[in-house]
Ligand binder design. Structure first.
Ligand SMILES: [Zn+2]
Length: 395
């Protein structure tokens, strides 16, 4: 019986193999690093519209130069948000590449924290979180165009200006673009120096609890006052007990203020509380607890503001399927790609929260996000680009 042999040539011989793709990105490393540096050197704090818009304009032009069509979503209080649509050869739903170009660093930080390369690390404000992630999008798109002659599928890039301050101007657009997409890849930093992708994120919220008491002269009328500070202290003890670390729920009264002078019984005091939740169900229970706080001193009044801003990104089937694909792509170049669950939220919480398969932490690898030593590991960049290109192709 004749043995059937597999044909020796692949049906798509022009598309490079994974190893060759990695070599391709290694050969593009110099320009990629330069692009990241260029982005880092344009300061773009969330709270400075003028500066953020400058960054947005540069990014729109860069992506348009790759053949995308930019659409600017005007925002009043923050920088404009930038959407870039790339057509694809096949009529598939697009994938959404999500990123933010705002940083937590005030204007002028660059002078004290200049972008520089040392021992294979590129330093600078926002280099990890997440200007390197935006540059990775560009280089992955460019590579796919080169390998396939055109992007194999439509790609939507959405770059927001207010992620670090809650994404209030961009959330609606993020969610509506996600609904039109087959998958979302978030180019936030990878988890840890092993570069794990993020398959679960905690939900994040913030509450402010304000107590109004009755002021009185602490010396002349001490019995007549009802101290807001004393009452708030009792409430803080209660709130703190809601933490349940085993279930992934934490409550942190992080800022308190109140009172005016030592010789006055305080009329007002308030606490700001950060909350983290692991499941969407925990949001309701916690909200109910905040709104049912009762004063022990009946002469004091309690008011509560705030809520959960980002629901958790839960590790559901769609997320796991994306991780498995990513893992298989990484294996092609002998890379053991891990997954991680993290406490911080991102815009990936929004897209996963409405049920769109989302893989987060696809961006740069490094340390020190939001800190003076923020850096990325340059040698990790080629395989991050390879992973993103592979995921755009196969999602
Ligand atoms: Zn970020």
């Amino acid at each position: 019986m004749p043995i059937k042999r597999k044909p020796l040539t692949s049906s798509r011989p022009t598309i490079p193999l994974w190893r060759d793709r990695l070599s391709y990105f290694e050969s593009r490393l110099g320009p990629l690093v330069e692009t990241i540096r260029e982005f880092v050197e344009i300061e773009s704090p969330s709270d400075n519209k003028l500066a953020a818009d400058r960054m947005g304009t540069v990014l729109a032009a860069k992506f348009e130069a790759l053949g995308g069509r930019a659409c600017v979503h005007r925002a009043e209080d923050y920088g404009d948000n930038i959407q870039i649509d790339f057509p694809g050869r096949d009529k598939l739903k697009p994938v959404l590449l999500l990123g933010h170009f705002d940083t937590v660093y005030p204007l002028g930080t660059l002078a004290a924290m200049p972008s520089h390369l040392s021992h294979g690390h590129l330093h600078g404000p926002g280099v990890l979180d997440m200007k390197s992630g935006i540059a990775l999008m560009m280089y992955a798109i460019e590579a796919l165009q080169k390998w396939h002659g055109a992007l194999p599928r439509p790609v939507t890039v959405f770059l927001v200006s207010d992620e670090e301050v809650g994404s209030y101007s961009s959330r609606q657009t993020t969610e509506s673009l996600a609904r039109e997409s087959t998958a979302v890849f978030v180019l936030e930093p990878a988890a840890g120096l092993r570069g794990a992708v993020k398959t679960a994120r905690k939900g994040v919220g913030a509450y402010t609890v304000t107590v109004k008491g009755i002021a009185a002269h602490a010396g002349l009328d001490p019995g007549k006052g009802h101290s807001a500070i004393l009452e708030l202290s009792r409430q803080i003890v209660t709130i703190s007990k809601w933490s349940d670390l085993k279930r992934g729920l934490s409550v942190n009264p992080g800022v308190i203020r109140g009172g005016t002078r030592t010789n006055v019984v305080a009329a007002e005091a308030a606490v700001e509380v950060d909350v983290r939740i692991k499941t969407a169900n925990q949001a309701k229970g916690l909200d109910r607890k905040f709104h049912s706080l009762k004063p022990a001193d009946k002469h004091c009044k309690i008011s509560v503001e705030g809520g959960i801003n980002r629901l958790p990104m839960e590790r559901k089937d769609g997320v796991v399927a994306l991780y498995k694909k990513a893992h298989a792509i990484a294996r092609q170049v002998d890379w053991q790609l891990d997954e991680a669950a993290v406490g911080g939220g991102s815009d990936g919480n929004f897209t996963a929260g409405i049920g769109i398969p989302t893989l987060d932490g696809m961006g740069g690898v490094g340390e020190g996000a939001h800190a003076v030593h923020e850096y990325i590991v340059v040698s990790e960049l080629p395989r991050r680009a390879l992973l993103l290109a592979g995921m755009i192709e196969s999602a």
